[in-house]
Structure formats: C-alpha cells, structure tokens
Write a protein that binds this ligand. Structure first.
Ligand SMILES: *Cc1c(COP(=O)(O)O)cnc(C)c1O
Length: 376
C-alpha cells in the first residue's frame, strides 16, 4: 500500500470507506434514498456557498464537464475557452464534439490568467453563449481567479462553466459571490472519496439556457435536463450508485466539520513552495499557485521516472509526474483533502530529500527542515 500524495486520487479516510459498506436499498424506489440524495446535494451547495441546485452524477469529473458542455451547447454556438493549461485547452474538444464553435483565449501556461488583460479582451469580444474556465489546472497547478473572471463574463451576459474538480475544498470557492453558473467537482480530489462521482451546481440562468434550447441534447447520460423534478417525481433517470453516494455523504460531513480546512491547505502549500526554493529546486509556476498541488521542475541530470520510482520503491510514497507538454519535466506533490496534513507532508519531503541525494543531486537545504521552519 502506497501513501498517496498525488493530485488526485487522494487518500480516503476510514470513515468514508466504512460508509460505503452500509447495507443498500433499491435506490430507484426507496423514498428514504431520495431524501438522502437531495440532502447531500443541498449540503454540497451549502459548502460551496450557493443557493444553486447541485446534482450528483454517476461518473468521474470528466462526466460533469462533458454534461455541462453537452447540455449548454447548441450547433453553431460560440463558446469562449480560457486556456492557460491542459484542461483549459481540452474543453474546446468537447465544444467541437457537440457542434459548437470554440474560441480560445490562450495565455502563457506559467501564470494565472491576468484578469485586467482579460477584461480588455472582453470589451471587443463578447459574443459568446458561455465561457469555460478552469479553477485549478492540475497538470501545472495553476489557479485562476474565478471569483473575478466569472462576474466579468456575467456583465456581458456570458454564462460560465467552471472546472473546479481539483480546486474546490482545497481553495475556497464561493459560487454565489463569484456569480458562477455551472461548477463541476469530482469525488477523488480534495473531497477525499474514491473516484466515481461528479457533482455539478447549476444556476437558474444556466437552467434557463439549457431548457430553452431548440435542438435536443445529443446525449442521454450527459443531458442535465433529464434530472428535472427528479425529487417531485421520485424518479432518477438512471439507477444511482448508492454506495458511492453513502461514501460521499461521509466525505462531505468531514469537510463540513473541518474548521481548519482552508488554512491548513494554504499553510502546507506555502511552506512546500518555500522548501522547494530553499532546497535549490524550482517551482514550475511563476504565479497562480493553488493550495492543492505543488509542481516543481525536474532538476537537470535527473529524470522524473527516477524520482517517482525511488519514491515508490524505497519509501512507499506515490507522487505524480504530469502529461502533455509537461510529461517528464515536472513532479507534482498532491496535498489536497485527506493527503493535506502535516505528518504526511513531512514524511513525503523527508523521502524526497533522500531520493534526490540518492540520485546524486546536491540540495542547498533539506526540504523537510525548510518545510517545518516555514509551516507557521
Ligand atoms: C482530475 C480532474 C478532472 C477529472 O479528470 P480525471 O479523468 O478524473 O483525472 C477534471 N478537471 C481537472 C482540472 C482535474 O484535475
């Protein structure tokens, strides 16, 4: 068994695993389960500071994103895709798949989106049905200021779809204050449940746009409209994965009861970045650091695989490389959800100290001491 310190999936606490072993009922027919599902949806909305309705879908994060795209996009719709990372750019593929016309707003991949520059761009370019933006783009860890970006979009009547799968519950998200229309999350990131569920919160504006479309949605599973009035009708469009839902209830209760959640994530992220610098490594990003993942460049003379393999084989700790253009170039330490705790970070950084020394790299300071000094 590895200690999982990847940017999703993350460690799953025992009470979440145990909740998944509860005895089950017929999820289609049992009114008690309809209540449990709806209460969980309401709890997620509450934790994300919104009056908007949340729906939980049976599939991992990608399903929520694709469902938002499938249900909003009509053939010929212009969709603005904010692109400063791999997930950002990837949303354009969904738009094309559902007949829309993606327009990319591409900025450099080492920095968060400059909101003032984006505001200038919007002045002359705002003929879009909706825009897609990633909160934390996990392959690089870049965090975008969605609380400023989405209200700007709204001021031009552009709906927003926010991918916060790896951001929410590590970096605080206030959906109503940020006027976000659709926000997508997943069970296996900071939520700290196993993979398998995605949840989508949907504003009234987004519902209107989805219900008033002229062309039918070209999907059943990805059609958010099929959940309409599920509670009043006591009818789910497909059988809910009841054990996954029980696990998610426990995971969301953990989040609700964790008064220190966001400060702990922030303190860990800050101390880890300082340790990276003080040791003589380099953080991959220049700005827009998320509190859920730290990404550093593989030092010259070493390979990502050498580091990852030594961490696994000698220390039983799993870190992640990355993909796309970043493959082989960076190492990612996930410190989100249940993995975001001081003891596991200290164990991870001590192991990384040993690994780098073992591979012949000379550090200017030890990661673990530097982390402890800066963890205040
Ligand atoms: C993890 C993640 C997803 C969901 O993708 P997976 O296939 O579960 O990895 C979507 N968006 C972002 C930004 C993510 O980090």
């Amino acid at each position: 068994m590895y200690k999982i310190m990847t940017p999703g999936p993350v460690q799953v606490p025992e009470n979440v695993r145990l909740a998944r072993s509860r005895s089950t009922t017929n999820a289609d027919l049992d009114p008690v389960f309809y209540d449990e599902y709806k209460e969980l949806c309401e709890l997620i909305s509450e934790l994300l500071h919104t009056k908007n309705e949340t729906l939980i879908l049976s599939g991992e994060g990608i399903l929520g994103l694709e469902a938002a795209c499938a249900t909003l996009t009509e053939p010929g719709d212009r969709v603005l895709v904010l692109d400063n990372g791999i997930y950002g750019a990837g949303f354009a593929d969904f738009v094309t798949m559902y007949g829309g016309e993606p327009v990319l707003y591409t900025t450099d991949y080492l920095n968060e989106i400059d909101v003032d520059a984006f505001a200038e761009f919007l002045k002359d370019n705002h003929d879009f049905k909706y825009a897609a933006v990633v909160h934390c783009d996990t392959p690089s860890g870049v965090l975008n200021d969605v609380h400023r970006i989405c209200p700007l979009l709204k001021s031009y009547g552009i709906l927003s779809v926010v991918d916060s799968v790896s951001g929410m519950f590590g970096n605080e998200l206030d959906i109503d204050q940020g006027q976000m229309d659709i926000v997508c999350g997943g069970s296996q990131k900071a939520v700290s449940a196993p993979p398998g569920l995605t949840f989508v919160t949907i504003s009234d504006d987004a519902k209107k746009a989805m219900e008033n479309r002229k062309v039918p949605v070209a999907s059943f599973y990805c059609n958010l409209n099929i959940f309409k009035d599920y509670y009043e009708k006591q009818w789910f469009p497909y059988t809910m994965p009841i054990s996954d839902i029980y696990g998610l209830v426990a995971a969301m209760e953990n989040i609700k009861n964790d008064a220190d959640l966001y400060t702990r994530h922030h303190k860990i992220a800050v101390a880890t970045r300082k340790a990276i610098e003080e040791a003589g490594l380099t953080n991959h990003l220049q700005s827009g650091f998320s509190d859920t993942v730290t990404v550093f460049n593989v030092p010259e003379g070493l390979t990502a695989n050498d580091i990852l393999n030594r961490m696994q084989e000698a220390h039983g700790i799993m870190l992640a490389g990355s993909f796309g253009d970043l493959e082989g170039k960076v190492i990612r330490i996930g410190h989100m959800g249940a993995s975001a705790n001081e003891a596991d970070m200290i164990a991870t950084l001590a192991a990384l100290d040993e690994t780098l020394a073992y591979l012949g790299w000379e550090a200017k300071a030890t990661l673990v001491e530097s982390f402890q000094k800066n963890f205040v």
